[in-house]
Design a protein around this ligand. Sequence first.
Ligand code: LM2
Ligand code: CA
Length: 454
Amino acid sequence: APPAVPGRGRTAVVLFQWTWNSIARECTSTLGPAGYAYVQTSPPQEHVRGPQWWTSYQPVSYRIESKLGTRAEYRAMVQACNAAGVRVIADAVVNHMSGQSAGGTGWAGTRFQHYAYPGPEGGYGPQDFNACRRDIANYGDRWEVQSCNLVNLADLDTGSSYVRDEIAAYLNDLIGLGVSGFRIDAAKHMPAADLAAIKGRLANPNIFWVHEVIGSPGEPVQPSEYLSSGDSHEFGYARTLASSFDGRISSLRTLGSGLLPSDRAGVFVDNHDTERDTHGTMNHTWGAKYRLANVLMLAHPYGWPSVHSGYRFTDRDAGAPQEGDGGVRDAVCGTTTGTFTCAHRWPEIKNMVGFRTSVGDVPLTDWWDDGGNQIAFGRGDRGFVVINNGASSMTRTLQTSLAAGSYCDVVAGDGCTRTVTVDGSGRTTVTVPAYGALALHVGARAGGGTTPPP
Ligand code: LM2
Ligand code: CA
């Protein structure tokens, strides 16, 4: 996990396809006050032109100029976020360049061909790409997965020291702009040793990395291989949440077993790929269950959570709304196609960020389930959560490890709209609506009494 930010912990939000100007404002208005510690941005480098969101994943140079904003705007965003207490993680696309066989002109004017990118930053010629030059077909072959093209994307020879230097120069440029970490896109498609060598060239070789490695049992390349240069995403976690919320959440009693070590696992309910190609994961169209899954993720000690916050799309390729020149418009929250979900602002998600800050690293205690779709668990004497993934309201008396007193149910909304009493033996009687949740923590006591984070 990335370093804990004092007073706020480690919770991250991914503001997918948000412009830099929108992220800057969000850090000041919402992310900072809510206690988010990290915000992950979409890839900031120059990319191919086009209306689809995924042009961001086809670099043509390492200039920080994109449809999401200029270099100056990226720098200003990092400064605004840092001033608000929120650190920035950049999505780093370094396995490949573009995938358009015909070549073209990039967002900021760079002319390129499929295997030739003049720079000025990240200048590459044909000698800088792997020789395979056909698409990956067999995920059972390590060499092919790492040396051939992912969907026609020109595959960089990350074994070469020139390419390593160019990639490191790009990441160092971002470090100079103030970023605090990187998501390494398509890490599975690069040998772990190449990534370690690149990381060793950074101004801060200890900077936080999380590797995007889609783990699939039986494949030769596994997320655990990358742990010497950072954490890895644990896609199995997202699949487990989906199957449990679709079935019985009492099965979450063992959440984390068989997965990456908790302190090395990046977790999410969904990310920008899985929300589109749902191979057994949830997305915002799941409604109440999606909200509950986010509550669970933020309450549960396993892994380092990233809340995904993107926009409402009707087809998988559709980009966020653009201006006439192809620049993405500043984010507008809403419920119609093209608006941003702003999931990180939903009261139950936003307030669970405060819960996670309050409970810190205290282990899970007091697990209870009904064998079906009702669960509850605590985080020692710091917090307690109840989740009802069933179609009828539940009323129960539950054992907590909380001190006696009156607590605010932070899932119910801001401003202590609902209070819950814990008695002298730690017991509390709660009523939780159908597909609802309730969460109490020592940072939100009725009457305003608070206990600072550990
Ligand atoms: C990733 N992680 O490993 C990203 O999370 C994922 O979003 C990227 O795919 C992928 N790897 C490459 O960075 C996306 C998108 C693809 C899209 C690529 C490149 O899911 O659909 O591919 O970005 O923009 C598109 C077309 C594809 C075409 C390719 C190259 O869908 O048909 O291949 O562009 O022109 C011929
Ligand atoms: Ca590769």
